[in-house]
Write a protein that binds this ligand. Structure first.
Ligand code: KDG
Length: 355
């Protein structure tokens, strides 16, 4: 019996010791897990919040004034947010053409892009008003109308397409190139296959000039000219030079037939997820970078006639009479689009141009 009691007491002592050890262990592990949780909290508090990435896609290359404007935007947003945002730039149609990139904004898979107004017509026909031939007599009038109430109204209308329109930047006056003949009059354009942007006003304008227009995404243009799929194209002189179109085009005529604005835009989904303070930061940076881009574009444009002549192109400057023949040949284009653009909007813009 005594032996039984000794064994029982030993077992009881061992059980008590084991439970004390277990209790210490669990409290130790509780302490450890509490400590690690505290360390985590402290570490997290020390670590910056995860950066928000803003991807921006364009069609032009890294030498373009448009890309210089994006670098300015990147600097303003990253510095202005103390690094909470990281702006990633993708040039050369890496993320698709203008239409594809705008679709990506609508789906929320891309944050920003900066197309010409022309392809925006596929989303909002009112934007065709800014692509009417010979609309703006100079950049100052263009800035006044685009940065005024009518321009803002059209930017705001992009919300119907799940896009936040932020600011107008500048692509610039568009001039004609071709590989067939010197062009001094609409008659010289007869039958030329000219690539245009994907916009009904552009197609109607080049038909009115006697050409054979072919709409095509920007990224396919150089190859099309190289393979003679098209005879020519039209773009601002800076684009003609920086994209090396002089390698596949002989003639450039300074028609200045369209003034092409860019629209710097953001995915509405991404915009809606921003705080009011960050929305203000993005909006002000888009406007400031746009003013800078316009300045760089105009400075660079001044060099381009010489650059293209030095590159071997025949640069044709039109007399006032010669240019008037192009204006006269396209004067009925606007009336063809009164229903799609809206007659009131056309007249609103024309009245501001003439003020
Ligand atoms: O980055 C802008 C380009 O995608 C495009 O808009 C340039 O003017 C242009 C064109 O002819 O397509």
């Amino acid at each position: 019996m005594k032996k039984y009691l000794r064994v029982l007491s030993t077992v009881l002592i061992l059980a008590v010791v084991a439970s004390v050890v277990a209790a210490c262990g669990s409290s130790q592990s509780q302490t450890q897990s509490q400590q690690s949780a505290e360390q985590q909290t402290q570490q997290t508090a020390q670590e910056p919040a995860e950066k928000k990435i803003i991807k921006v896609g364009i069609g032009l290359n890294e030498q373009s004034p448009q890309y210089q404007g994006l670098l300015k935007f990147k600097e303003l947003v990253e510095d202005g947010s103390d690094g909470r945002f990281e702006v990633q730039l993708y040039a050369n149609s890496q993320l698709g053409d203008d239409t594809k990139m705008m679709q990506s904004l609508r789906m929320g898979t891309l944050e920003m892009t900066c197309p010409s107004t022309a392809p925006i017509a596929g989303l909002n026909k009112q934007f065709m008003v800014f692509d009417l031939p010979f609309l703006f007599p100079n950049e100052q009038v263009a800035d006044k109308v685009l940065d005024g109430p009518t321009g803002q109204k059209l930017l705001d209308s992009l919300s119907e397409s799940d896009i936040k329109g932020l600011a107008y930047w500048e692509n610039g006056y568009r001039d004609l190139t071709n590989s067939v003949r010197e062009v001094k009059s609409p008659a010289d354009m007869n039958g030329l296959k000219i690539r245009t942007m994907e916009n009904p006003v552009h197609l109607a304008t080049f038909r009115a000039l006697g050409a054979n227009p072919t709409p095509m995404p920007f990224g396919e243009l150089f190859t099309a000219m190289q393979q003679k799929t098209v005879d020519g194209q039209e773009n601002p002189l800076t684009t003609i030079y920086l994209q090396k179109y002089y390698e596949v085009q002989k003639y450039v005529t300074l028609t200045h037939h369209f003034y092409s604005p860019f629209v710097f835009m953001m995915s509405q989904k991404f915009w809606d997820g921003l705080s009011p303070e960050d929305q203000e930061l993005i909006q002000s940076a888009a406007i400031e970078a746009g003013a800078y881009e316009r300045q760089v574009n105009r400075e660079q444009m001044a060099q381009m006639e010489k650059n293209l002549a030095d590159a071997g192109m025949v640069v044709t400057k039109l007399t006032d009479e010669q240019r008037q023949a192009f204006v006269d040949a396209t004067k009925d284009v606007a009336s063809q689009f009164e229903d799609e653009i809206g007659k009131d909007l056309i007249n609103e813009v024309l009245s501001q141009v003439q003020q």
